[in-house]
Each structure stands twice: as C-alpha cells, then as structure tokens.
Design a binder for this molecule. Sequence first.
Ligand SMILES: NC(=O)c1ccc[n+]([C@@H]2O[C@H](COP(=O)([O-])OP(=O)(O)OC[C@H]3O[C@@H](n4cnc5c(N)ncnc54)[C@H](O)[C@@H]3O)[C@@H](O)[C@H]2O)c1
Length: 357
Amino acid sequence: MIRVGSVGLGAISTNVHVPGIQASKDLTLAAICDIDAEVLAEKAEKYGIPKDHCFTDYKELIDCPDVDAVDISVPNNIHAEIAEYAARAGKPYALEKPVAMNEDEALHLYEVTRDCGVRNMVCFSYRFKPAARYAKALIESGAIGRIYHVNMQYFQAWGLPIMDTGLRWRFVKSITGSGALGDLACHAMDLVTFVTGEKYTKVCGHLGTFVHERRLLTGEGTGKVDVDDFSNILAETESGASFSFEITRFAYTRGNYQRLEIYGEKGAIIYHLDREEPGVNELEYADESTGRKFVKMDIPEEYYGDQMQSFADIVNGCGDGLPATMADGAASQRLMDAVIRSAELGTWVDVRGYTEV
Ligand SMILES: NC(=O)c1ccc[n+]([C@@H]2O[C@H](COP(=O)([O-])OP(=O)(O)OC[C@H]3O[C@@H](n4cnc5c(N)ncnc54)[C@H](O)[C@@H]3O)[C@@H](O)[C@H]2O)c1
C-alpha cells in the first residue's frame, strides 16, 4: 500500500481526492494537513486519522516517515512550494491545477521534479472522463480525419450577481493567479490537446471582469476582484486548424457544464458534460456510417478511469500514460500566461513549442 499524505482538505479533497484514495486498492490515507485547525479536526474524525498524523504545517506531513506520497489540494499560490518540498524529499506527488502562479514558477517546479526523479501527476481531471478518452481513441484511429475546427464551452454560473458569491480566494489574484482562465480555461485547453493531439501555435485571448467588488467573507464591507470572470480564446494549431474556447463563471444555470465539438474532414464528435445531470458525460458521433447525423455512442468499459487510482499506478510505475504530468502542467501554465499577454496587448501571441516542456 502507498501511504498518502493529503495537504488541503477543502472541497476538491473532500469530494474527489479522499474518496479516490479510499476507493483505491493501492492507496491508504495515512496523514492529513490543513492550516485551518477546525477543518483538520473535523476531517481527522471523519477519516479516522490519529492525532500524531494530523498537521497544520505541510512540511511536517511531508517529512513524516509514514507518508510515501503527497496529495496536494490547496489554493494555487502554494501549489509549487509544497510540490517542490515533496520533490526534494523524494516523495511522489499529485498536484491540483493550475500548477503554479505563473510560467517561471511552473518551469522551476518542472525542472526540480525532473532533476529529483520524482513521479508525479497533475490533476487535469477531465482526462479521466470516459467520453473524452473514447473521443481521443476515435480521433487516433483516424475516424474523423483531419481536424478543422474545435469549439469548447466551459460554463459555470456562480459568478453571477444573483448568486451573491463573496470574495473567495478564487477572485483574489495574489492567491489564485488568474480567474476563470486558470480555473476553467486551463482544463479546457488541456482537454482539447489531450483529445485531439493538436498542438497550439498561437493564441488570442479576450479576458474580462463583470463584477469588480464583492462582499468580504468576514462579514462587513467589500473587496476588490482583480482577476477575470470570463476568458474567451482563439487558437491556431500546427495542422492549421482553428479552435475556439468560451469560458465563463457567468452562464446562467450552468453548474459545471462542458461541451466540446470537434469537426473533421469526414466526421464529427461532440463531448458533453453535465448536459442533463451533474457529472454525467456523453458522446455523440457523426460520419457517413451514421448518415451524417449525430448519434449517441455507448462508451466501452475500457475507457473508464479513475484519477487517484491512476496516481497509484504512476507511483507504482505502471501508469497508462494518459494522465497529465508536470510537463503538461508547466506547458499549460506557459499557455495561460500567453493568453494573459495576448489579452493585455490585444494581439495574437506565438506559443510554438510550448507543449514541448
Ligand atoms: N481538478 C479539478 O477539477 C478541480 C476542481 C476544484 C478545485 N481544484 C483545485 O483544487 C485546489 C483547491 O480547491 P478547493 O476548491 O478544494 O479549495 P478550498 O478553498 O475548498 O480548499 C482549500 C483548503 O486548503 C487549505 N489550505 C490553505 N492553505 C493551506 C496551507 N498552506 N497548508 C495546508 N492547507 C491549506 C484551506 O484551509 C482549505 O481547507 C485549487 O487549486 C483548485 O484550482 C481542481
């Protein structure tokens, strides 16, 4: 069993990481860490972790001799610092996205991890959706031929004024780095690369903020939002294809909605997430054999995967190569910085070679 220490015990840890660790035949949750002592105490009781394996300082968790691998789900500003500490301690890590606050930090972490020879995974979690994996396999088989266009929508609603969301860390640049861009667009651009195999050569970004002040979570007053609420992106790829991304936290009624349309020379594929039910992914396909009409595909069992089991496989040296690693995480961060530059300059920005980290 790989003994995992989890750092950051908030939403994604509670809903995805810890259940994944508990469900894995190869992983066991050995230690936990959160700077919030109340959260730590609550999770210690829930997960049955003894007091001497509960920490408020991530260094103590990583140094704990009963921790073999580190699972990191903290806010973005401390991703790189914690992952670097794990790498230097020779402990494999699973790290949430975006991997860092900017390109320099991401490339530094990539290099340290590589030089320490530490196994790693970056949690681009939509790579585990069966519909995405099946779409990737169909494209690799040549089913739809050369790709001309991709459009990906990634929509959430919680930024809308009617949702009355306070000034969470996701709206504060010094903690989050960027807004919808690093939160959602990084998933979308990674998923599209993963599914299509296409490499971006230039990007053009349009970022914006609708609500500039939000109520403080402490109760009184408001604070400034200094990141993007939406991030729309145009991208060209090495094959000359034209891709577009529509990314927002201001899409009425949308929970975690994704729609990815891929149009090739002899067929087309549509991947959906949350079209009807939260968490449900679906695939539609059209080519000559379907009479050029979209039909819903049954997704074969072999395309089902699980993020935390994949981390166990990576640590055990038997991964399938499909999850993202720090090379992908650093490439993604470079791309996000290029989109910000593009939006600031109001021009296209060259990103050739960015995926070759
Ligand atoms: N892959 C995905 O689909 C996905 C989905 C949601 C969130 N995320 C990512 O996961 C990360 C966490 O997001 P969340 O929604 O769970 O946030 P959250 O605010 O719910 O939880 C973060 C937790 O980290 C703790 N924390 C903060 N600083 C810490 C420190 N120095 N040491 C230890 N603990 C610390 C906080 O007290 C909190 O409990 C973010 O980077 C986010 O981008 C990824």
